[in-house]
Design a protein around this ligand. Structure first.
Ligand SMILES: C[S@@+](CC[C@H](N)C(=O)[O-])C[C@H]1O[C@@H](n2cnc3c(N)ncnc32)[C@H](O)[C@@H]1O
Ligand code: SF4
Length: 361
């Protein structure tokens, strides 16, 4: 049964200089897109009660709450589903936020990125830090009890002091969840074409990550880049990805994972609108691909990889099969044993990409 859905809204008012996500600034296609999206859902979704629905982007908050409600009406739900909408800080009127709340959205992820106005301008964001703070306050006034923010580190001109300031403000806002992202210069972005000056180097990014761990000690660090106020506020939607359970991906460029098949919808907006159920890519993963992905994703989580899970799902004895690698990193202090398996230590997290490559055969 597939009980998790991701819905991609590929529109933004302006393209941020670092962003490689599929999003279009021509908003005149929105109505046609929503029709195509609803067509895709109605022709794919098998009426399973959903545990989570996640509207990501692009900028889902570009849609009226009526349109978001129309999309939600395509689904059946489990009791207490988690329904998330990503929003970009703007001068929303309270009616809009109240509208989202009233249609059943109960988790909001706000793309704050930084509270430094100069940096916001230089990375191509349209909002100020003041607007971001105001939106978070308004969301609380309207009744939202599960608010997450995205913060980025390693941004051009960002210093340790500026990053500490961002974390201080984030902590003062009394939010329930924080997602963090180290800047990556992605192909075909503005920053790839015009590399920014004064970009923090890898060491400085690593230092910023260490500061993050220190500053967020009071939160549950449940995944490499994600922190929740407590266990009740971990993102159920994202945990499902990291547990490699099935999910639908609806909309242009969205990916899904169903019955060991990973599929990806068409990126191109016009092509997607013409044929929303045509897949751009579809690959069946073999048992070993899935095992490796399961290990890879498992190590991203605080709880790490559970040996019993690996035994049950793949019939593999994790400790025996990966003995050499596990021993190597246990000796260097990058991996540690837990009651149920193995996880990365703090120093392991800092070089996680390097360690995880070793588990791929
Ligand atoms: C799906 S994206 C966009 C969400 C929303 N449209 C926004 O901009 O606030 C989710 C997050 O990915 C992060 N992100 C996007 N591009 C990135 C990059 N090149 N390097 C690091 N983080 C990135 C940003 O923090 C962003 O909020
Ligand atoms: S970061 Fe968000 S707002 Fe900026 S272009 Fe990407 S999806 Fe759009």
């Amino acid at each position: 049964m597939v009980q998790y859905s991701y819905i991609h809204i590929p529109f933004c008012k302006q393209k941020c200089k670092y962003c490689a996500f599929i999003s279009y600034v021509n908003l005149s296609f929105i109505d046609e897109y929503i029709k195509a999206l609803i067509f895709e859902i109605k022709n794919t979704y098998k009426n399973e009660p959903q545990k989570t629905v996640y509207f990501g982007g692009g900028t889902p908050s570009i849609l009226s709450y009526g349109k978001i409600g129309e999309i939600l009406n395509c689904f059946k739900f489990e009791k207490n589903p988690e329904i998330t909408v990503e929003i970009n800080p703007e001068n929303f009127d309270r009616e809009y936020l109240k509208g989202l709340f009233n249609i059943g959205v109960n988790r909001i992820s706000v793309g704050v990125q930084t509270f430094d106005d100069e940096i916001l301008k230089n990375i191509g964001r349209r909002h100020s830090s003041k607007t971001a703070i105001k939106v978070i306050e308004e969301l609380k006034n309207v009744g939202f009890k599960n608010i997450s923010i995205d913060l980025m580190y390693g941004l051009p001109d960002q210093t340790i002091e500026k990053w500490e300031y961002d974390l201080k403000i984030a902590k003062s806002l009394d939010i329930e969840h924080l997602s963090t992202y180290g800047l990556k210069i992605e192909d075909k972005t503005y920053f790839a074409k015009f590399p920014p000056k004064k970009l923090p180097n890898e060491d400085l990014q690593a230092k910023m990550y260490e500061i993050l761990l220190d500053e967020m000690k009071h939160f549950y660090h449940y995944e490499i880049s994600n922190f929740a106020k407590n266990e009740n506020f971990i993102s159920k939607h994202n945990i499902n990805y990291w547990n490699l359970n099935p999910y639908y991906g609806f909309g242009a460029s969205a990916s899904g994972f169903i019955k060991n098949k990973r599929y990806k919808n068409q990126d191109n907006l016009k092509k997607y609108i013409l044929n929303p159920i045509l897949k751009e890519d579809e690959i069946e993963l073999n048992k070993n691909d899935i095992l490796e992905e399961f290990i890879f994703l498992g190590f991203r989580k605080f709880e790490g990889v559970k040996t019993l899970d690996i035994k049950e799902k793949f019939g593999v004895d994790f400790e025996v099969e990966y003995k050499n690698i596990l021993e190597k990193y246990e000796k260097t202090g990058h991996i540690e044993k837990t009651k149920e398996g193995f996880r990365l230590t703090k120093s392991g997290i800092l070089i996680s990409n390097y360690i995880l490559c070793d588990f791929i055969k």
